[in-house]
Design a protein around this ligand. Structure first.
Ligand SMILES: [Zn+2]
Ligand SMILES: [Zn+2]
Length: 270
């Protein structure tokens, strides 16, 4: 009888320890950025939309016109001229310029851009490069572009055509930048958003579903050397207390994304 109780006790103890083991394993899984599903309320920070944001079949659908909500010299002679045109402000120059502002011949146009982005972003087993054209969506509905002006051609020559908010429109005729007529976009930190929401704010999402943050974090300015090859890293943020992989805009090249998407990208049509 004594032996029986002893055996019973040992069994109880081993059951207890195996249960607590599996609980700690589950916690680890929940903390992994591969497990996250982004709540719709976070996507609703994207205010520059042309229809309601919806989630279905594991994707979030975001439609925008791509027209910025801030002024720009690129509204010159467009239908928005009287309310949104402003000449380039040389008293508040774009810090990325290497020479004087060069207004390109393109103008903002209204488009119908549809982003289909994974709602549960995951690290890709094979990373794919970004394409020319939209690689993500910012909070005001303006698309993010990559670090190139053309196939592997750096932005050097184009930088001086960025307006005071660090954006510019693509050519009206198809050609360089895979331009769908006059699509305004940001290759670098969108100053309108970081001025209004903060240098450490959520700025939008890339096509793989991972969020993009501004160039500061916990009072520190982030540079490319703080980030991995895709231009991001994983830890908790204001919007994701459990931790998530995220990109940062930086003042140094490659500005928003590095050598392709960290996750598997969704699609964009326009
Ligand atoms: Zn461009
Ligand atoms: Zn970070």
């Amino acid at each position: 009888m004594k032996n029986f109780f002893f055996y019973f006790l040992i069994t109880l103890i081993s059951v207890y320890f195996s249960c607590s083991d599996s609980e700690s394993q589950n916690e680890e899984e929940n903390n992994s950025d591969d497990q996250i599903t982004i709540p719709i309320d976070i996507y609703k920070k994207i205010y520059g939309i042309s229809s309601e944001i919806t989630i279905s079949d594991g994707f979030v659908f975001i439609n925008t016109s791509g027209v910025p909500d801030h002024k720009s010299p690129y509204f010159k002679d467009t239908k928005w001229h009287s309310e949104k045109y402003e000449p380039y402000d040389t008293s508040n120059p774009n810090i990325f310029h290497t020479g004087s502002f060069n207004l390109n011949p393109n103008r903002v146009s209204e488009l119908s851009i549809s982003f289909k982005i994974p709602n549960s972003p995951k690290k890709a087993s094979t990373n794919s490069p970004t394409s020319m054209g939209p690689i993500g969506v910012s909070l005001n509905g303006v698309p993010f572009y990559n670090q190139y002006a053309g196939m592997s051609e750096p932005l050097t020559r184009e930088i001086n055509s960025f307006d005071n908010y660090n954006g510019h429109p693509a050519p009206l005729s198809p050609g360089a930048e895979n331009g769908s007529g006059g699509r305004y976009h940001y290759h670098m930190e969108p100053f309108w958003l970081t001025t209004n929401a903060g240098k450490d704010a959520l700025l939008g999402f890339l096509l793989d579903g991972f969020p993009v943050y501004g160039p500061e974090e916990n009072g520190k300015t982030i540079s490319t050397s703080d980030l991995d090859a895709y231009h991001g890293h994983s830890h908790s943020t204001k919007d994701f207390s459990e931790g998530i992989y995220h990109y940062h805009t930086t003042a140094d090249t490659p500005y928003i994304n590095g050598s392709g998407y960290y996750g598997t990208p969704g699609t964009v049509s326009n």
